[in-house]
Design a protein around this ligand. Structure first.
Ligand SMILES: [Zn+2]
Length: 384
């Protein structure tokens, strides 16, 4: 077969029409990585050939489809998407083109690395491209835990021909075909609530994103603390600060009732955005009223909703903690009790640090999203 696509010296997938003639194109074969020559003479169809003059490789779609999809979105800085759940555009065509400020690959978000993270003025959007493996329950739970908008692009049904024309068609489908795209978060609809009137998801998702570090709302139930935290885009995290079988039973009941689920990794319960009011009211009703009257709790919640400034000085640098572990100073140099540690972007080897923390008895209470000068960052809540 004729090879009309290759990989250039920037590791981009390119078609023969985009490159200079000859070896100067700086390209390699997609399959065997041997340098290729761009043959663009007058006689034959333009194509690439191996410098060794061996037979052309048969280029398989799985060798480039996933990679090409990421490249297309990175270079286009945008994507046509179906309406975000809860949004009802006032037009016949419900889909719309989303412009991205930037697109990054290889960004670790806690223990999860989406294919792409697009930054928009109102916050990030995660993109997953599925060829054969789709987002599973575990990944879905992590996305809900993060509470960040996410879309899966299904590439599995695409007819892929590894040619210059095939790339063009692929590019069009990836960018413009809305039927390939599905919102993973926010969820498509709230589950049915028995006889209750349908809930408006819109109310939850159109709330202004909370740009500050979410402060927990603390309830005292049977003398024990239970924290409720609202993450960006509305997901609700409930955590019993100390373990008690009675409290665990209560939270399990709330989870059954309001579509919550237990996230073993963080030992907390995640609820969808629509459940916030219900869960909060339930916890208020359960709270020990000699300490927290409902009025008092409501007042605390209003204060929570008001803007609170992040005190950046209260976060340690997680990269520095990692270095201290490597040089043998941690965990002794870490503070006692509960403290926070920022990731500072993407340079942190989270898995390595989390292993070190756990093996030295430092508890990871959770991962939170904070915003620093408009940029998203992650922070561990830790306890020694
Ligand atoms: Zn080859």
């Amino acid at each position: 077969m004729t090879m009309t696509i290759a990989i250039d010296d920037q590791a981009r997938i390119v078609s023969i029409g985009e490159v200079a003639r000859g070896l100067v194109c700086g390209c390699r074969c997609i399959e065997c990585a041997e340098p290729v020559v761009a043959r663009k003479g007058p006689q034959r169809v333009h194509h690439f050939s191996h410098v060794s003059q061996k037979q052309p490789c048969e280029v398989m779609p799985e060798s480039f489809l996933h990679r090409y999809a990421k490249q297309v979105v990175e270079e286009s800085l945008g994507l046509q998407l179906p309406p975000q759940p809860g949004h009802h555009p006032d037009s016949d065509d419900q889909s719309s083109w989303w412009d991205f400020d930037s697109v990054e690959q290889e960004v670790w978000l806690g223990s999860f690395r989406p294919d792409l993270v697009a930054e928009l003025p109102d916050g990030p959007l995660l993109l997953e491209f599925a060829c054969t493996s789709f987002v599973d329950d575990e990944k879905q739970a992590l996305i809900e835990q993060l509470g960040i908008r996410a879309v899966e692009v299904n590439l599995s049904g695409l007819l892929v021909t590894p040619t210059a024309v095939g790339l063009q068609e692929l590019r069009r489908a990836i960018l413009h075909d809305v039927s390939l795209k599905q919102w993973l978060y926010p969820p498509a609809s709230a589950p049915s609530m028995g006889e209750a009137t349908p809930l408006s998801v819109e109310v939850a998702v159109e709330t202004e994103p909370r740009n500050q570090m979410p402060e927990p709302l603390r309830f005292s139930i049977q003398g024990l603390w239970v924290d409720l935290r609202v993450l960006e885009f509305g997901s609700v995290v409930v955590r019993s600060v100390a373990y008690s079988p009675a409290i665990a039973g209560l939270l399990k009941r709330l989870a059954r009732q309001y579509s919550g689920r237990y996230v073993a990794k963080f030992r907390n319960w995640m609820f969808p955005a629509w459940a916030e009011t219900f869960v909060r009211q339930e916890l208020e009703a359960l709270a020990d009223h000699d300490q927290h009257s409902p009025a008092h709790v409501s007042a605390a919640f209003s204060a929570l909703s008001a803007a609170t400034q992040i005190d950046l000085g209260s976060y340690l640098d997680a990269r520095e903690i990692h270095r201290q572990y490597l040089s043998g100073l941690a965990p002794e140099c870490l503070p006692w009790g509960e403290f926070g540690a920022r990731h500072f972007g993407t340079g942190l080897d989270c898995d390595a640090l989390e292993d070190l923390l756990k093996s030295s008895g430092v508890e990871i209470l959770g991962v939170e999203i904070i915003r620093v000068k408009g940029q998203m960052d992650f922070a561990y809540r830790l306890r020694r």
